[in-house]
Design a protein. Structure first.
Length: 200
């Protein structure tokens, strides 16, 4: 590893240490609006916010567990992007990605993504799943040339992060023990109700 790489890695660590408390504060402040109509997006415009809500609802629908929209994942993504972008008015890959995704939906089905039927949204998601994936790495260091990650995968990653780190998922869906007892690295899953443990 040369000096440039070391300096780059140190700057990433410092940046992560500076941004982490802000993001944690955002995660705690993201509570879903029960009425659903008074949410004013901080980063996206109205049409982009509709897209985001439809995207999250398609990716994480309500089943026997709350869906992504129920937990305010769309609000979380909006707040994270507003807090981490210096100029909220500037063009960004997320905004451009939404425009491209909507254009693709309009080309195929004659409507923007938010207005599509569930089966049409699922078809677009299945096509997007074929896009470039996160490439393999060894201990966080990329192996080989890294192609840029697609808009679909980037937004999917943020949505899953927001969902899995929500208080509801951490305390009601996953097993949660605020003060853990002894460590046992080899227990049958059936002994904990068939659920994985929450890290929160």
């Amino acid at each position: 590893m040369d000096r440039r790489e070391v300096l780059r890695n140190i700057s990433f660590l410092i940046g992560g240490a500076v941004v982490a408390p802000s993001v944690l504060g955002l995660m705690q402040s993201c509570t879903p609006d029960k009425a659903g109509s008074s949410w004013v997006p901080a980063y996206f415009d109205g049409d982009q916010a509709r897209f985001l809500t439809a995207y999250v609802d398609t990716l994480l629908p309500r089943t026997t567990t709350p869906g992504g929209v129920d937990l305010g994942v769309d609000h979380f993504i909006d707040k994270v992007l507003a807090a981490t972008n210096a100029d909220p008015e500037a063009e960004s890959p997320m905004r451009t990605g939404i425009i491209d995704f909507d254009t693709n939906a309009s080309t195929q089905f004659g409507k923007v993504f938010a207005d599509l039927e569930a089966s049409q949204r699922a078809q677009l998601f299945s096509e997007a799943e074929k896009s470039s994936r996160y490439q393999p790495s060894v201990w966080g260091t990329a192996v080989g040339e890294q192609p840029p990650i697609s808009f679909y995968r980037s937004l999917k990653s943020m949505a899953l992060w927001g969902y899995l780190s929500s208080e509801t998922v951490g305390t009601e869906i996953l097993n949660y023990l605020p003060v853990p007892g002894e460590y046992d690295g080899d227990i049958p899953l059936s002994s904990v109700g068939g659920k994985a443990w929450s890290l929160g």
